[in-house]
Design a protein around this ligand. Structure first.
Ligand SMILES: [Ca+2]
Length: 446
């Protein structure tokens, strides 16, 4: 009995769904412009996951449009089977798969490479604009009541939620206009990161099925909503913040806020501790004694000569906090002690620069710090020069990756190894000085 009733219900639902989808399909806009800033920020995140472009693969893609259409249809058949065996309702798979389409623009944006290395100054200049800071303060005021309730429930202070919101979508003004289903379809069909995006696409089907809506628009990379969740993040962490029985992180701000807070709490956000702070050396740094990979208490760092950059003294209650020293522009640039929450931010986005931007934006929005103290010396460093450094490091046996111009974790590790062997502070920083050194060494060898 129950089974028959269920089947009838499913059937009626399918009819309704097809009807709604038909109306929506007619009204569906194409790909619209993607905000350059958004793609820049996404890029850096990808860089730090160690995912690399494969130029050889780019060359291979010389298929005619007919061949491509045929291979897309074949891929769809395989995908439909995979989705069903992964637990997506078979009727929904049969309904949705024929509607999946490719968006060539998405692949182009995914392969777009910047000209300059997105270093600390380059990145924070774009992330911490006066407009974004001012708007963040307004948003904090406007949503204070809601955010304070969430801070009680999840232990994540309001100004951090606002900072994530500002970084992800400029406070909901850049949520993206790309059809999420087709963006994910395109990236799952593209061979470069097929495994990752197939999993996202299957999860996305489950979400559409569960929420009974096809109305998802977001970034070209398949992230959507006020906080640009990917489907698997949404599935695992999104919650119903306003209690209406639906989870909608695109249109319901309370759902979006609660989901972001829930994610951060799950990633072990520490309520009463900051993300970190800018520090300076009281005396000339002794790089022989300082281990840049160590986690020490603030008290121990103080013994090594580090004090808050704003001229204050360490508060007694801060001295037990465990901290790491980070030098995003090398030993000559700004220095930071970062706490556990910094790593939590990096679980949201693996980019260290993203984590700095969130922490610094939260400080600015809440009025805890209004500037950096270290004098700014900055020369944009081209991706071409990063490639040169990678080649020299490879020739000297320090680097085994591809000379792709991206200063990801492998490249940084290679630089640090080289620096250690040459009695330089192992800060992993790429600049003209390092390049000159490598160049000279290389010419000596030949
Ligand atoms: Ca809701």
């Amino acid at each position: 009995m129950a089974y028959t009733a269920l089947k009838r219900l499913l059937f009626l639902w399918c009819i309704l769904f097809v009807g709604v989808a038909w109306v929506k399909a007619i009204a569906k806009p194409g790909v619209q412009s993607v905000d350059a800033k958004d793609s820049f920020i996404q890029k850096d995140g990808q860089d730090n996951t160690g995912v690399k472009a494969d130029p050889a693969h780019l060359e291979k893609r010389g298929k005619t449009s007919d061949e491509k259409a045929a291979s897309f249809e074949a891929w769809k058949r395989v995908f439909a089977k995979e989705a069903k065996s992964a637990g997506v309702t078979p009727a929904f798979v049969d309904f949705i798969v024929p509607r999946m389409a490719l968006l060539p623009e998405v692949v182009r944006l995914d392969r777009n490479q910047p000209e300059f290395l997105a270093d600390f100054w380059f990145y924070t200049d774009r992330a911490l604009t006066p407009e974004r800071i001012a708007r963040g303060r307004e948003m904090l005021k406007a949503h204070r009541a809601t955010l304070d309730v969430l801070a009680q429930r999840y232990g994540v202070p309001a100004h951090y939620i606002v900072a994530f919101w500002g970084m992800e979508t400029n406070y909901g003004t850049h949520k993206g206009h790309v059809d999420t289903l087709n963006a994910l379809t395109t990236l799952a069909f593209d061979e470069r990161r097929r495994t990752f995006f197939t999993r996202e696409l299957i999860t996305f089907l489950k979400i559409m099925d569960r929420e009974q809506t096809l109305d998802f628009k977001g970034s070209w990379a398949g992230a959507f909503g006020h906080f640009q969740f990917m489907p698997t993040t949404y599935m695992a962490y999104a919650v119903d913040g306003n209690g209406d029985g639906r989870i909608d992180v695109i249109h319901q701000l309370e759902d979006a806020f609660a989901s972001a807070a829930h994610y951060l709490k799950t990633m072990r956000w520490q309520e009463h501790v900051r993300w970190g702070r800018e520090v300076v050396f009281q005396k000339k740094a002794d790089w022989e004694k300082i281990d840049l990979t160590a986690t020490y208490s603030v008290a121990k760092w103080e013994q090594l000569g580090l004090v808050p950059a704003d001229g204050s003294r360490w508060a007694e209650e801060d001295k037990d906090i465990l901290a790491e020293l980070r030098l995003p522009m090398g030993t000559k640039g700004p220095a930071f002690l970062t706490y556990a929450n910094f790593k939590t931010i990096m679980r949201w986005n693996r980019s260290e620069l993203y984590a700095f931007a969130i922490g610094l934006l939260a400080d600015r929005i809440s009025g805890q710090a209004d500037r950096l103290y270290t004098p700014r010396v900055h020369q944009p460093f081209s991706v071409e020069r990063v490639r040169l450094i990678q080649r020299y490091l490879a020739e000297q046996g320090y680097y085994r990756g591809e000379a792709d111009g991206r200063a990801g974790p492998l490249t940084r590790a290679a630089v640090r190894a080289y620096q250690r062997d040459h009695s330089l502070p192992p800060d992993g920083h790429l600049d003209e000085v390092l390049l000159n050194r490598l160049e000279t060494k290389n010419h000596d060898n030949h």
